[in-house]
Design a binder for this molecule. Structure first.
Ligand code: SF4
Ligand code: SF4
Length: 304
């Protein structure tokens, strides 16, 4: 049996500040986990224990959503068949919290493009339409800007859902270049597969240009141990718009910043995030962390 609550209600009930409740949840003093719609969930017995500690009588929250103790329970709730074994939601309670209000669709900058509508995606997921969602190209038109999620009054994790659906598409059917970019990044350290020698040559050449143009004495710092900031690079820049990198460098020069670029695994755009490939995402992030440790940098600049 579970007890579902909002932080604000529990704080009011026990006469403490909201942040106190949040801190107790964070520290485990209240054994609750995040639930749907900005609510938390804990065992009814834990809630009872908490009430005892505060000398309170367990009560029904104003916001509803609680499963009543056995003696107060009515007929069992109707369960959507599709919710059982639903592949998209970590917990069945996620499946039916959507109000179908459409706020997400009105916030989405590309709603309507080829029929895309985040509300439809959420409803299809709730109904367990796995194949339809995995095979639709809507999922790949989404920019993952999260405006829908920001606007949703029920805090439905729409972006998490879309990433989950993306992860279920067979890799050889991922549209566009993003999966290829992930493979390149894993094998060659950057999304566009730029060879290390070409990259280093370009950095040196651009650095010399900058020194001649406006920054006397400048040279591009590569693998400088102890530099304050590790600067990662969007491979699109060395590939197609190399001069764009110089804008950053001019700012660093003017401010006397201590920075460096790694000669290995320098890519700053993690396409594992967009393709729904969690393993690749982790590996690529891990390599940046390794670079920071190797070069003993304090800060990180990501270009996106
Ligand atoms: S804004 Fe949230 S609750 Fe409203 S339709 Fe979209 S997902 Fe459902
Ligand atoms: S994350 Fe995707 S579905 Fe949500 S608002 Fe952005 S583009 Fe639209």
């Amino acid at each position: 049996m579970i007890y579902e609550f909002r932080v604000i209600d529990l704080a009011e009930e026990f006469g403490v500040h909201r942040n106190t409740i949040r801190n107790w949840i964070k520290s485990g003093a209240i054994p609750a986990k995040e639930g749907p719609g900005r609510r938390y969930i804990m065992d009814w017995s834990d809630y009872q224990r908490l009430c005892e500690k505060f000398g309170k009588t367990p009560r029904m929250p104003r916001t509803g959503g609680m499963q009543k103790p056995a003696q107060e329970q009515g007929p069992p709730p109707i369960k959507l068949k599709a919710v059982e074994g639903n592949k998209f939601y970590p917990d069945a309670t996620w499946a039916d919290i959507c109000l179908t209000c459409g706020t997400c669709a009105s916030a989405c900058p590309i709603a309507g493009v080829d029929g895309l509508d985040p509300r439809k995606i959420v409803r299809m997921a709730a109904l367990g339409l796995t194949d339809e969602l995995v095979n639709t190209d809507w999922i790949w038109k989404c920019t993952m800007c999260a405006k829908c999620e920001e606007a949703c009054p029920m805090d439905v994790k729409i972006v998490q859902l879309i990433r989950k659906i993306r992860s279920m598409r067979p890799r050889d059917q991922v549209p566009g270049p993003i999966h290829k970019g992930v493979v390149n990044c894993l094998e060659r350290g950057n999304n566009l597969g730029i060879p290390k020698d070409d990259f280093l040559f370009l950095l040196e050449d651009l650095g010399n240009e900058l020194a001649e143009e406006c920054c006397p004495g400048f040279s591009t710092p590569v693998d400088v141990r102890g530099a304050r900031i590790l600067v990662t690079v969007n491979s699109k820049e060395p590939f197609a718009e190399p001069d764009d990198m110089k804008w950053w460098w001019k700012i660093f020069y003017a401010t006397g910043e201590s920075w460096t670029i790694s000669s290995e695994n320098w890519e700053g755009v993690n396409w594992g995030l967009f393709s729904g490939d969690d393993e690749a995402l982790k590996t690529i992030v891990g390599r940046i962390v390794d670079n920071m440790k190797r070069l003993n940098c304090e800060g990180l600049l990501l270009p996106e």
